[in-house]
Design a protein around this ligand. Structure first.
Ligand SMILES: [Zn+2]
Length: 523
């Protein structure tokens, strides 16, 4: 919030300097979107955009090429149909496509601009929009164009749902007294707030006085009270890790069964079947998924690599650090479940065993570092083929494991004074809140080394190279054994890997320090 307000102030100040406009004139500039969906069966949203206070001879309207959190170029402009631009009297204004996602409009000196277009929306995805008689899911990056150079401009959004629908669920701030009008302080915030319209059931709970909505598309026989109380325990454990709650309201958007979820600052959009949720052991398997998307509100939305916000919506934002942003979130997902009482120590370690095995028992780990997997995700993650398993790795798996090892190492080196949690708190307070930016690879390493009180050069080789990981040393810090006995081998190209069980078990007589470390780490 602080970042966006500051940016908006700087932008307005710059605008005043650049154009000589008075404050009153700048304040009149207003952007309003209206989204209608009269015939959902046709899968078309009708979008109109009113821009008052136009002060330039031309305007470039741009549609983002991707959706933050979903690291793939989607070319969302491909779904735009029947684009028109008119002045206040309805007179058409000339425009041309100057790039695949840019509409260049000759404004001819008008002060108000009316834009109209349709968006075809028939993708079942958390990163793309969908419209049918079942629901309307608005993934904002593919619906709302921004005026080039004015990403920091406030925007008002009016949603006109299909006549048979009664609910609108979103993380956007609702205009007081209005059912369907919302505001965002800038387009980054708008793009971070998906909208679900339909007849979803909304279950509510509060945590520390903050309202949380659970919007469920197919509630079925779900035990609403149990689901709400389980999610509340997740919220309590996750927010307790960082120690601060940065949102004023939070919305869980839960669509029909399926897979996939996307994180946002004060909402999540997921496909998950909660229609039979009773809080059983089996049901609780999906709580890790919710914990993961929820913790992202810190790790990636606030605590983030430097290129991941503010974003360049035109092209790939390449970083080495998705091992921390995604793998780290998977690690904290397990810690949250442990702290919330959903995953005991034995099961936590069994999950760690499984994750290590998934990474180590494929030959790809001999060919691709986790930093490279992060950089190449834009072309490789969603485009897997017969070559993928042999030469690539999953940065969720290696990243989660590295964060676990880093946590143990910091606890060991600092004699249980600090942990990876202290690192995350420092990153949140220093980079996200004080400096309003992300951090570089070097800055992240500095914070870790400060917490450990020593150089971690040998650890960071595991990030940037394919060097073999010394699991026995790291688990030994917590008085744990890991079984590294080779079971069988496979060869690919010029590399041989030995498959192992990686079973983790406690040593018989741990030292006082080992016991302290393990007890401080896991419940
Ligand atoms: Zn994630």
């Amino acid at each position: 919030m602080k970042r966006t307000i500051q940016s908006a102030v700087i932008l307005i100040f710059t605008l005043i300097l650049a154009t000589g406009l008075s404050v009153a004139q700048v304040a009149e500039s207003k952007m309003t979107y209206t989204v209608s969906m009269d015939q959902p069966v046709n899968h078309y949203y009708h979008v109109t955009f009113r821009y008052d206070g136009v002060s330039s001879g031309s305007v470039d309207l741009k549609m983002p090429a991707w959706t933050p959190g979903y690291y793939m170029i989607l070319d969302l402009a491909k779904n735009v149909v029947d684009f028109t631009a008119t002045d206040e009297s309805g007179k058409p204004l000339a425009f041309e496509k100057t790039a695949k996602n840019t509409w260049h409009i000759n404004t001819e000196g008008v002060e108000s601009l009316n834009i109209s277009y349709y968006v075809f929306a028939n993708q079942t995805s958390v990163a793309e929009s969908y419209l049918s008689e079942q629901r309307g899911f608005i993934s904002p990056t593919g619906i709302f164009m921004y005026v080039d150079g004015k990403l920091n401009h406030p925007v008002t959004v009016r949603i006109n749902p299909f006549t048979e629908w009664t609910q609108i669920s979103t993380g956007l701030d609702r205009v007081e007294g209005s059912k369907n009008t919302f505001t965002a302080p800038d387009f980054d915030r708008l793009y971070d707030c998906p909208v679900l319209t339909g007849n979803q059931e909304v279950v509510k709970f509060e945590y520390k006085g903050i309202p949380h909505d659970i919007a469920i598309e197919t509630p079925g026989t779900c035990n609403r009270d149990t689901l709400a109380s389980d999610l509340k325990r997740i919220v309590e454990a996750a927010t307790g890790i960082i120690g601060e709650i940065p949102y004023k309201h939070y919305t869980f958007i839960i669509m029909e069964r399926g897979g996939g979820g996307l994180e946002h600052l004060n909402s999540m959009a997921v496909f998950a079947d909660v229609s039979k949720y009773q809080g059983s052991e089996h049901d609780r398997n999906m709580l890790g998924f919710f914990a993961h998307e929820f913790f992202h509100l810190y790790n990636v939305k606030s605590i983030r690599p430097i290129v991941l916000g503010p974003f360049n919506y035109d092209k790939e934002c390449i970083t080495n650090m998705l091992w921390l942003s995604e793998g780290g979130t998977s690690y904290f997902e397990e810690l949250i479940l442990n702290r919330a009482g959903f995953l005991n120590r034995e099961k936590f370690l069994a999950h760690a065993t499984r994750t290590i095995g998934c990474h180590e028992n494929i030959v790809g780990h001999e060919f691709q570092s986790v930093a490279l997997a992060s950089r190449d995700t834009w072309m490789l993650f969603f485009n897997r083929n017969e070559n993928s398993e042999g030469v690539t790795i999953n940065y969720y798996e290696k990243g989660s494991t590295l964060c676990l090892l880093l946590d143990l190492r910091i606890r060991y080196e600092s004699k249980n004074e600090n942990s990876l949690i202290d690192v995350m708190r420092t990153l949140y307070q220093l980079y996200s809140k004080s400096l309003n930016r992300g951090f570089t690879d070097e800055e992240f390493r500095e914070v870790c080394e400060k917490a450990a009180g020593c150089s971690l050069a040998d650890f960071f080789e595991y990030v940037y190279t394919t060097k073999s990981i010394d699991y026995a040393k790291y688990f030994g810090y917590a008085g744990l054994n890991i079984d590294l006995t080779p079971l069988e081998s496979v060869t690919h190209l010029n590399k041989t890997i030995y498959k192992r069980s990686f079973l983790i078990s406690p040593v018989k007589t741990p030292s006082v320090l080992q016991k302290q470390l393990l007890d401080g780490w896991l419940k």
